[in-house]
Design a protein around this ligand. Structure first.
Ligand code: SF4
Ligand code: SF4
Length: 757
């Protein structure tokens, strides 16, 4: 707990209207000796040396900076004392409007509701510091050795890059030799400037850099048996032909690549029915073996035909099911078979995700087959969407001029074998007319399915199971946030790269491998310092458990999105601090309030809530609304709204939370007992387009809303007083209306029945 603090008011960033002296005087009056220094400074950024001198002279252990949002210039304020911020700029002065909706100009003398808003925030800031202490170190002794799973193009690149940064590497490949899918690819699409020509892969050079490297140990014909421990201090048991080998490991790069989509999905386009229909991957091998005899080849980059056939089948099944009044009990396997057709439709996503690889791959192999043939081959590329990323556009342009290659956008409506050739029916082409193309061979795209969708790749020895969780929700990918954190999986310390993360061309796989190496290094060095990796990078807090009160209900262990908590046979949680991302979901879940962070805890937020002055006269002074805003999306959106002078009701008091998953129901009870009329939980989107930095904190919060509603009902408080609303970080223009809408609904509901009790 902080014992002696300094409070500094940044006059340059507060606006001229607030009576800042009065804010300072009121704070000192209320908090007494706890505030040892209280200063109004012309510009905070220029007062850093002054503050450092106060810390040294007065022995301050906390500093409260009242001015701009904590999101601005915070790198300036690294003191030998705890630092907290009071956001009087974006979320107070700049976003303030009068209770009647009229505008306020920041230079004008602050009206009473604005002065009260600022005063509440200052008291809340002091309370926050008072209940905050410096976390103990969670640093652990680490092993600077990186485990790379997969010895293909990405894994080889990752192993070499990690070794050149000075880290030891253990590379595990399940096949008998290194190289993966690239063994069948002597050439790749451009790997560098001028980005116009295919390039030799020189796989053997890449392999030699790994096998001849003293820092890299390679296991072939090997698989993971177990991964135990935590980042910085894992133990990997590896099954090899010579028995199980045990290696101490610091972090892991998952580069296990892809497996091909089941060919049955392309059966409606002739795959598996005719030998004249092959996938792109098969065609690559044929070219390598010199077994391509065809003279006219259609590369079809449109699988709508197949998808529609499956959709039709799924609809027919559904109709049949709806029509059967009382279906007889399904025989063994029948139910699964029916569910399967619906799931099949989902599998087409993998073909769509693979469009870049197939677009570039078809350009490359169409070019190669023309090059290999001395007596003329015609390659027709029929595409629905030709997706060529970035600078590879130069390669695409070059292929447009390639003699023998013809490309057109087309809807391929039918493919059939007629006599000794194939007929591809094309509509809506760029050539103007629909046409039937007669060819000797049809090449279809390859669906790259991440290996994580098909097998347990890492074999975690975690309470929550050996595999990554919820894979079916993420189309088989182990990613933990597609938008903000590439490489990151839902297991801290394990970073995915290459086609197991996303179907990628070889040049992109190399970039990916290097990126994942940096994350793997960052993670183990963070464990060494006892701080978090992303998204709360450098945070040195971690959850502390007061086991005396633990009822072993297992809610925390089950809800932790990152598998950071194991438990013993009775159900008592066993923390692994280096796996923890510091989201607070566990303490949001705990009904006994056993879990806390030194600088973020149940008592702290409860105390902040209790600092707000709630007027008894609802009609005259308006309602009071508590907004618990997720610091990742909602809080920045509010800041950006304020910066753009978008305003919202002056009756709201905002408290940032690490994640909506960390919201404990007791805070809502605290707010209701204090007399707040409504509580708004403002967090990121969940579901298919989830944005939660902690995977499903907002979704978990939404699930808990049911229990909160029941509690409120029991207390005789309308559950409508608590609402969860979703906002994306870039929706700053929408957030004021969301707040005002909620305030209007609460105003219509009338005062909280507990007000004034
Ligand atoms: S829920 Fe979050 S804070 Fe709690 S142990 Fe898991 S990762 Fe750490
Ligand atoms: S949620 Fe709380 S009470 Fe339940 S097991 Fe975890 S720490 Fe113990």
């Amino acid at each position: 707990m902080a014992e002696k603090i300094g409070v500094y008011f940044d006059l340059a960033n507060i606006g001229g209207g607030l009576d800042v002296q009065s804010l300072a005087t009121e704070a000192t009056k209320k908090w007494g000796d706890f505030i040892a220094v209280s200063k109004l400074v012309p510009e905070l950024a220029l007062a850093v040396t002054d503050i450092e001198a106060d810390i040294a002279a007065q022995g301050l252990d906390g500093v409260l900076l009242c001015g701009a949002s904590p999101r601005f210039d915070n790198e300036l304020y690294r003191f030998k004392a705890q630092v907290e911020y009071v956001n009087l700029r974006e979320q107070c002065v700049l976003s303030y409007k009068n209770p009647d909706g009229s505008a306020y100009i920041p230079a004008e003398v602050a009206p009473a509701p604005l002065q009260q808003l600022a005063q509440d925030y200052v008291h809340m800031g002091v309370a926050k510091l008072q209940k905050s202490s410096v976390p103990d170190s969670a640093a652990i002794e680490i092993t600077r050795r990186i485990l790379v799973l997969g010895g293909g193009w990405t894994g080889l690149t990752a192993a070499y890059e990690a070794s050149s940064m000075g880290y030891e590497v253990v590379l595990v490949e399940k096949a008998e030799k290194l190289g993966g899918a690239v063994i069948n690819m002597p050439e790749a699409s451009p790997l560098g400037p001028t980005w116009e020509h295919k390039t030799a892969t020189n796989l053997q050079d890449k392999i030699a850099k790994v096998t001849g490297n003293a820092k890299i140990k390679v296991y072939l014909n090997a698989q993971m048996e177990h991964l135990t421990g935590q980042p910085g201090a894992y133990t990997a048991n590896i099954k090899t032909p010579d028995g199980t080998k045990t290696e101490a490991i610091g972090s892991v790069i998952l580069a296990t690549g892809w497996t091909a989509l089941d060919p049955k999905y392309l059966e409606p386009m002739g795959l598996g029915k005719s030998s004249k229909v092959v996938t792109l991957a098969e065609f690559g091998k044929m070219l390598l073996n010199d077994s391509v005899k065809a003279k006219r080849i259609a590369f079809v980059l449109d699988t709508t035909l197949a998808e529609e056939a499956f959709a039709k089948e799924a609809a027919a099944q559904e109709e049949a099911q709806a029509e059967a009044p009382e279906a007889p009990e399904a025989k063994d396997g029948e139910a699964e078979e029916k569910a399967f057709v619906k799931a099949d439709l989902e599998s087409f996503k993998h073909l769509k995700y693979s469009n870049v690889v197939n677009s570039v791959g078809m350009l490359r192999l169409a070019n190669s087959v023309c090059e290999k043939s001395h007596d003329g081959v015609q390659a027709f590329i029929l595409y629905k969407n030709m997706t060529v990323p970035g600078i590879l556009e130069r390669f695409y342009k070059r292929m447009q001029d390639r003699l023998g290659v013809m490309m057109t956008k087309a809807d391929v409506t039918n493919i059939q074998e007629v006599g000794d050739h194939m007929v591809v029916e094309c509509q809506n082409t760029l050539l103007g007319d629909d046409f039937d193309l007669e060819v000797d061979l049809v090449v279809l795209p390859t669906g790259l399915v991440p290996t994580t969708a098909k097998e347990v790749t890492v074999q975690f020895d975690y309470r929550q199971g050996p595999d990554f969780p919820d894979l079916e929700l993420f189309d088989g990918y182990a990613d933990s946030n597609y938008i903000c954190f590439p490489y990151e999986t839902r297991r801290t310390g394990v970073y995915a790269a290459g086609c197991v993360r996303q179907p990628l061309t070889l040049d992109a796989c190399e970039v990916d491998a290097k990126g994942a190496v940096l994350k793997a290094v960052q993670c183990l060095e963070a464990a060494n310092r006892g701080v978090a990796v992303h998204p709360r990078a450098l945070d040195n807090s971690y959850p502390v458990f007061n086991f005396v009160r633990c009822t072993q209900c297992k809610r925390c262990t089950e809800e932790c999105p990152f598998g950071a908590l194991d438990d013993d046979e009775k159900g008592t949680p066993k923390p692994n601090p280096a796996r923890c991302r510091r989201c607070g979901t566990c303490f949001g879940a705990c009904p006994e309030r056993v879990i806390s962070f030194a600088n973020y805890n149940i008592d702290q937020i409860g105390s902040m809530i209790r600092q707000v002055v709630v007027p008894a006269d609802f009609k005259h002074d308006g309602p009071r609304i508590l907004i618990l805003a997720c610091e990742n999306d909602a809080y920045p959106a509010l800041d950006m709204a304020g910066m753009r002078r978008k305003t919202w009701s002056p009756y709201c008091r905002i408290i940032p939370v690490r994640c909506l998953g960390s919201v404990n129901a007791i805070w809502i009870s605290d707010a209701m007992s204090k007399g707040f009329d409504g509580v708004m939980l403002l967090g990121c989107k969940y579901g298919d387009d989830y944005q939660c930095h902690f995977i499903k904190g907002s979704e978990i919060c939404n699930r808990r809303m049911q229990n909160i509603a029941e509690t409120l009902n029991r207390l005789g408080v309308q559950p409508e007083r608590v609402e969860q609303l979703e906002v994306a970080i870039d929706e700053y223009d929408k957030v004021p209306a969301m707040i005002d809408g909620f305030v209007a609904r609460i105003t219509a509901l009338g005062p909280n029945p507990f007000k004034g009790m």
